[in-house]
Design a binder for this molecule. Structure first.
Ligand code: NAP
Length: 257
């Protein structure tokens, strides 16, 4: 039997893992939400690891509010950097393999082509900086880890672009979307399957992986695709860059390959 701890289990990816866990009888999942296990509290992590012998820890816990992270970066760093350091230390103490999820936002978006795992990160917003720091702690502390960088996650769970567009389209609202950023939308259910496959395979190769659904597009093109897929007839309009403002800077090209 393989024992697996899933942190941040009430988030989007955590819920995708919960949905399929029953299909893997040789795996026992311990799903812990923020109340059960707060990764900013090392004693809390140690107590949970003392109670059970885990083989893997899948870290889905993260501070993911990109806009708010600009205003209160200390909170983003407390979770995405210090929290990850805590988790890595306790994984090391207990010989647990860590599978951690990171982001396309560790890159500045200046590259013409897609980003490889070996490309040098250079985050341009506080969320990206905090996630990069978390990656660095893992690499410093652990020998057995996989960092999966993914992008533009969507699913039936939580708040995400896909659900927002679908809701607007069903109400026949005109949808105005920027076409100035390109990335790879990724179904979080596919990412959950990828993580399970890693644990099922006999090989565990430490390092950084880029995992997406593989098709690069702009937010505008993604919105159009969602509307078409559901045979809805909302109009999707492009918002030109000067009219599109967010507090946090976002990479223009965050395609991961
Ligand atoms: N969503 C995307 O488009 C995207 C893109 C690229 C990479 N990623 C990465 O993919 C991973 C999963 O993303 P997601 O969409 O599933 O995120 P999510 O829905 O925001 O889930 C994150 C979960 O972590 C929990 N959490 C926050 N602080 C915590 C703490 N101190 N201790 C324990 N749990 C805590 C949150 O709980 P509360 O809700 O109670 O705060 C939430 O349930 C994250 O690492 C994210 O950085 C996401």
């Amino acid at each position: 039997m393989i024992n697996i701890l899933v942190t941040g289990s009430d988030g989007q990816l955590g819920q995708c893992l919960q949905k399929i866990a029953h299909k893997y009888p040789k795996m026992t999942f311990f799903f812990m939400d923020r109340i059960g296990l707060d990764i900013t509290d090392k004693n809390n992590i140690q107590a949970v690891f003392k109670k059970h012998k885990f083989h893997f820890c899948i870290n889905c816990a993260a501070y993911t509010n990109v806009e708010q992270a600009e205003k209160t970066p200390e909170i983003a760093f407390a979770v995405n950097a210090v929290g990850i350091r805590n988790l890595a230390i306790v994984c090391k103490e207990n010989n647990v393999k860590l599978i951690h999820i990171s982001t396309d936002y560790v890159f500045d978006g200046e590259k013409k082509d897609g980003y490889l795992p070996s490309d040098k990160p250079n985050p341009i917003n506080e969320y990206g900086k905090s996630k990069l720091k978390g990656e660095q702690y893992i690499q410093e502390i652990l020998k057995e880890f996989i960092i999966i960088r993914t992008s533009w996650l969507y699913s039936e769970f939580g708040h995400n672009f896909y659900k927002t567009i679908l809701k607007k389209a069903k109400r026949k609202e005109t949808i105005s979307i920027t076409d100035s950023q390109i990335g790879c939308p990724t179904d979080a259910n596919n990412l959950a399957l990828h993580i399970i496959n890693i644990m099922e395979s006999q090989e565990f190769e430490s390092g950084i992986q880029h995992v997406t659904d593989g098709e690069a597009m702009s937010w505008y093109e993604f919105a159009e695709k969602i509307v078409k897929e559901h045979k809805l007839d909302s109009e999707v309009k492009v918002v030109k860059d000067k009219n599109y403002r967010t507090f946090a800077k976002r990479p223009v090209n965050s395609v991961l390959i």
